[in-house]
Design a protein around this ligand. Structure first.
Ligand code: CP
Length: 311
């Protein structure tokens, strides 16, 4: 790793990051992971920095993880949720954000249902923007914490075979993971029903597989995605039961592979749909490691972007 600074001022997506940027974030996260396992988990790195967490869409893990990361770095924070805001009275995104920035905010963490909302915002305001998920577009910090967790468990991401399985069409996690894992030298496969596979997917240089068993036999890591019913305006498969029969991961299938693969899930899990509880709670699943690593990775992102603010 040669970079000491990020090449970007905002974290809008993994697409804009260089492999060196990603390595720098993962390396910095190693140091913050050590910090958050100390008895005193707080460092003064972002004292005097104010961060607004703007959530226009529901979140548990990402919101709590960012808030915790900001507190661990001693930043001042303000939390905004669209459900209790003047957005409900018709205020535009730019007006909402400009009003918050008028209160002297330095960084904005934003989740928004519309793809490109963070890119749009970055063209209109001076604060540093972090995309916490924009529609079915990107979820960069999820991909970074996923890569960190694979590296932690397998020693490296380079050369590893990662299968992303499930609702690829509606998933921002899939797109950010594909960009991130490829930039780190992994081989990536996507697997799911034909109706949930975007037409452009092979142009991203991934393997495409429609048979779950074949994907599992190929991979070192299976990243099981949730069926995003909230983004599905039509029926993409006959029933959840049928989906589970074809693409659900259970313990007998895992055991029958004759090798130990790692199981990941970005959450929230639909237990009994994409994976059974037995798989989710097994030693092969690193789902809670992903959540724990999310705090260290987000601390690294905030710290490195704050470093760019002085440029
Ligand atoms: N993984 C993830 O983004 O979860 P939340 O929607 O709960 O933030």
């Amino acid at each position: 790793m040669s970079a000491t600074k990020l090449s970007v001022k905002h974290l809008l997506g993994i697409k804009q990051l260089t492999p060196d940027d990603i390595q720098l974030i993962l390396h910095t996260a190693d140091q913050f992971k050590e910090v958050i396992n100390r008895p005193i988990k707080k460092v003064p790195s972002l004292r005097d920095i104010t961060i607004a967490n703007l959530f226009f869409e529901n979140s548990t893990r990402t919101r709590v993880s960012f808030e915790l990361a900001e507190r661990r770095l001693s930043a001042d924070t303000v939390n905004f949720s669209a459900a209790q805001s003047s957005v409900k009275k018709g205020e535009t995104l730019i007006d909402t954000v400009n009003n918050i920035l008028a209160m002297k905010v330095d960084m904005v963490v934003m989740r928004h249902p519309n793809p490109g909302a963070c890119v749009f915002l970055s063209r209109h305001i001076d604060a540093s923007i972090i995309n916490a998920g924009d529609g079915a577009h990107e979820h960069p910090t999820q991909a970074l914490l996923d890569a960190y967790s694979i590296r932690e468990r397998l020693g490296d991401v380079k050369g590893k075979k990662i299968a992303i399985i499930g609702d690829i069409l509606h998933s921002r996690v899939a797109l950010s993971n594909i960009f991130c894992l490829q930039k780190l030298g992994a081989e990536v496969m996507v697997c799911g029903p034909r109706t949930l596979m975007p037409r452009y997917i092979s142009s991203l240089g991934v393997k495409v597989e429609f048979d779950l068993r074949k994907a599992l036999e190929w991979c070192d890591v299976a990243n099981m995605l949730r069926i995003q019913l909230e983004r599905q305006d039509i029926k993409y498969f006959p029933s959840l039961r049928e989906y589970t029969m074809q693409y659900g991961l259970d313990m007998p299938t895992l055991r029958s592979l004759g090798k130990e693969i790692i199981v990941m899930h970005p959450g929230p899990i639909n237990r009994g749909v994409e994976i059974t509880s037995e798989v989710a709670d097994s030693g092969q699943a690193i789902i809670l490691d992903q959540v724990e690593n999310g705090v260290a990775v987000r601390m690294a992102v905030l710290y490195l972007l704050a470093g760019r603010m002085q440029d």
